[in-house]
Design a binder for this molecule. Structure first.
Ligand code: HEM
Length: 241
């Protein structure tokens, strides 16, 4: 019985060593990339929560004789703070995508975006009908198209957010940006529309986040390269060539 157990454990050990020989880890996302991803994720969660409050202030401050219970202003200022954090992170990430040499793998995904065969194979993979396509870059075309949609939403939110901001704070940065943001306000058909578009874009972000988390879990369960790990550790696993 003991000998049998030892044999099984040796077999398992050998299997593990063989697996280690066959797969290797490769850096997928730099630490800078991972930091900005989680900073954006946190900002988006806070912006959605505070945004809902700004749209519909469901909690009223406790009644006080002192005029110092500015709960709406408090929610709005946290919204502003994380609005600017998100703006900075999006500008930074856009710069990395367009310019950084280390982000060549991201730009390479553009080639798969215009390849109908990769599209069909990727959709087939999600429907459990085909194998995962071989990709030229880090993102598959469905994922890349979703990210383009996300960035469009982000820039709409930033521009409309800045228009709303200059109408709330008239000094400092608000004052500097006031004239600069007027063209966009006019283009959107006035401040009321700007606020509405800002609100609708939030729903776009909510849909994106739900789909993004679902796809991440799908990859963690069915993917073989540990793609979900990469956004925490930076590394992906693949077979040695
Ligand atoms: C994921 C990103 C964001 C989400 C989900 C979001 C969501 C919202 C929502 C739902 C509202 C209320 C609109 C309404 O009244 O119906 C709002 C208002 C506002 N947002 Fe955002 N927002 C985001 C990003 C930003 C950014 C980047 C800025 C500025 C740079 C910003 C600045 C503002 C301002 C100034 C208001 C109006 C506050 C007021 O009326 O007092 N937002 N946001």
């Amino acid at each position: 019985m003991k000998a049998e157990h030892k044999e099984a454990s040796l077999e398992a050990q050998a299997k593990e060593t063989k697996q280690h020989e066959e797969i290797e880890k490769e850096l997928e996302f730099s630490s800078l990339y991972r930091w900005q991803h989680w900073i954006r994720a946190l900002s988006i969660v806070i912006l959605i929560a505070t945004g809902f409050y700004i749209a519909m202030p469901v909690i009223a401050p406790s009644v006080s004789s002192q005029p110092d219970n500015f709960m709406y202003a408090l929610f709005r200022s946290w919204h502003q703070i994380f609005g600017f954090v998100l703006t900075a992170a999006i500008i930074f990430k856009t710069y990395l995508f367009l310019m950084a040499r280390e982000h060549e793998m991201e730009r390479s995904s553009l080639r798969d975006l215009f390849d109908i065969k990769v599209w069909l194979q990727q959709v087939g993979y999600y429907l459990f009908m085909t194998k995962h396509p071989k990709l030229r870059g880090v993102y598959n075309p469905v994922q890349f198209a979703a990210y383009i949609f996300f960035y469009i939403l982000m820039f709409v939110l930033i521009l409309t957010g800045l228009v709303l901001y200059v109408h709330v704070y008239h000094e400092g940065l608000g004052g500097v940006l006031f004239d600069l943001m007027r063209w966009f306000e006019v283009l959107m058909g006035g401040l009321a529309n700007v606020r509405e578009i800002h609100h609708i874009a939030m729903w776009g972000v909510i849909i994106f986040v739900l789909a993004h988390v679902y796809m991440a879990v799908f990859n963690a369960v069915f993917g073989e390269e540990g793609a979900m790990d990469a956004i925490f550790s930076g590394f992906k696993w693949h077979k040695k060539h």
